[in-house]
Design a protein around this ligand. Sequence first.
Ligand SMILES: [Zn+2]
Length: 336
Amino acid sequence: MKSSRLKLFSCILIIVMLFSLFGAVTAYSYGPTAPNNEYCYIRAVKSGKYITVPNGTVSNGKEIKIYSGDVTASQRWHIYTYSDGYSIIRSAINSNYYLSLKNSTSTNNAKLTIEYFASGTAIPSRAIFMFIGDASLGITYIINKSTLAEHAMIKVLEAYGGSISDGTNIVNYDAHEGIDAARNQYWVIESTTRTTYKWAYDLVDSGGHCDWDSSSIYTDMVTEAAYAWNNRLNATIFRKDSLSVVQDVKIIDALQNPSNTQTFATTSADTKKITFYTIPMDALPGDVVRMHTVTHELGHCLGLYESSQQGNIMTQGGLAYGTSISLDDVATYKLT
Ligand SMILES: [Zn+2]
């Protein structure tokens, strides 16, 4: 018989530090350690979509856009970080093509491109970037070297106009201040290494649905997170409960977990409940972090365990991933 302990997740928040990018502190903290000399995926927090070479073919000056994760070379980037902290980011399709602000480094909405450089060429600032962010939140800004050197990080990469659609350009734009205001400017570096973290239980019924009902104050976030999972898995798994279907999970609130006040949510396969603890939840630094928590708990309903890999929604901690779900999360779900 399995221990009931395994049937309950207590998801604990650890926030080591908060942003200090725009205050008096001048020492930048490096974002999630850029995988140095490794291939990775680069995911936009707001949309959950990836920096992509459209159509998988490279050409000099081609515009680079966001698309849903497809595990192809068009979304894999080789990051090489120099000892001074600056990085070059090259396409896995052809390593002579670099991410670059080929046409402008100074204007708002200047488009991110790929640019060809022959081997041995000195790489100009427009094709050099720095990842600056907060490792405890798991997110990073991506700043062009020209912008950083001349303007002390005024502009950062974002999806054009805040759009989350496939095919949206990535542009350089004025950096926003504040954890929720900057959501469209956050990026997650994902490893291309596949790990799996299946739970022995799930709250999906025999018809392949997880029908939920909620009395939580975070119900709007549950709705958004359920949509994100369905969209990412390309299936209607989460459905808002109705009278005609049997409820699979009930979502409720409590003030605090009496056994651990640091716990901000639990998901139990015994009681078929997600409980959010409103005191620690409301103390989180922004909605983007609360959205991560909600999306994470729904992941447990799908049969996903805790992960420890950077970039996964199923990794615990004070991570500002919003509803953005990693390729590793999707691959693990397909094994449940
Ligand atoms: Zn958890």
